[in-house]
Design a protein around this ligand. Structure first.
Ligand code: BDR
Ligand code: CA
Length: 316
């Protein structure tokens, strides 16, 4: 099994990632932290607690993290994509347990230090909490199994600017620090996450499942409409965050992806938030690059969509 700490800005695709991490028999979800991004951080925390309750995982500790970018500045949210409640305007107001009294940074550090070399950090929102933990405990890179993140893009266009993806663009300084640190990184960027699509047929399969599947099907309707109107032309959802979870867990084969250097543009110009991956080796089978520690997913097996949908639909 894979020990995991999942860090979410819990909107709609994050919810699917939480369900997958919480329910997959090969994933040991040790804890969750929340971060601003799709929604404000109190709402991300509330949604995280609600989803864990729904899947019967109130044993998973949840610590609330950063409310805005690492170096200050304006926090922008994406209610138009994820709904005003971050759950496609289709969530519920069921009361949830309290979050942990620990900070997200402390929970990340304590959990990693309790299992040296074993824990995968899986951030699927802005990288603020991870960069903050790194600043407090600079030894983290030698103590984790790796960092598998949803963020960035290399060959595909961005989604908040021509070249920048939302999670990186939201806090480019934090992202730059995370990519610079000498840990093993798996980058699930838009290159792959825009190719793994949840279709109307998947949605029907979820809706025909139990309470968990029905909840997921319900909250993704608005999200699919956003993608219909802004990207794909027909109702469908990009899976995004679950890809990073599956890559860490080894339920997705990442062995063919190149390991290269990646830098984040923090210049504030038109390239701000771009993940600049050195993929020049594409013509020569990606020869080894000095200091390279970032596995950039360019293609993944699309059976992951069926696998995730079936796992969630099978829940009571
Ligand atoms: C990423 O941004 C958020 O909207 C999604 O949850 C995902 O993590 C996609 O760019
Ligand atoms: Ca996210």
């Amino acid at each position: 099994t894979t020990k995991m700490m999942l860090d979410c800005d819990t909107g709609v695709d994050d919810t699917m990632a939480i369900m997958y991490a919480a329910l997959h028999p090969e994933i040991e979800l040790l804890g969750m932290t929340t971060v601003w991004g799709n929604v404000d951080v109190p709402l991300a925390t509330r949604n995280t607690l609600r989803v864990l309750d729904l899947v019967g995982r109130n044993d998973v500790p949840v610590a609330q993290g950063a409310a805005g970018p690492l170096t200050g500045g304006h926090a922008e949210f994406a209610y138009n994509v994820h709904g005003r409640d971050g759950q496609g305007n289709a969530g519920d107001d069921k009361p949830v347990r309290a979050a942990s009294s620990q900070s997200a940074v402390q929970q990340i550090i304590d959990t990693v230090r309790a299992h040296p070399g074993e824990v995968w950090l899986v951030p699927v929102g802005p990288l603020t909490n991870i960069a903050a933990a790194l600043a407090v405990d600079p030894e983290l890179p030698s103590l984790v199994a790796g960092v598998s993140l949803m963020g960035g893009t290399t060959m595909a266009p961005g989604n908040v600017s021509p070249v920048a993806e939302a999670n990186i663009w939201h806090d480019a300084e934090a992202a730059a620090a995370v990519f610079r640190a000498p840990w093993k990184i798996i980058m699930a960027g838009l290159d792959v996450t825009m190719k793994i699509i949840i279709t109307p047929e998947h949605s029907e399969r979820l809706a025909a499942g139990g309470e968990v599947g029905q909840y997921m099907a319900r909250i993704m309707q608005h999200y699919g409409e956003f993608y219909r109107d802004n990207s794909f032309g027909t109702w469908s959802c990009a899976m995004h965050d679950t890809i990073a979870v599956a890559a860490a867990a080894g339920t997705l084969d990442v062995r063919l992806a190149p390991v290269v250097n990646v830098e984040v543009d923090t210049t504030g110009g038109p390239g701000h938030g771009q993940t600049i991956a050195d993929l020049r080796g594409v013509y020569r089978g990606y020869p080894e690059q000095e200091g390279a520690h970032c596995t950039v997913l360019l293609d993944v097996d699309d059976r992951i969509a069926d696998e995730v949908v079936d796992l969630i639909a099978a829940q009571a």
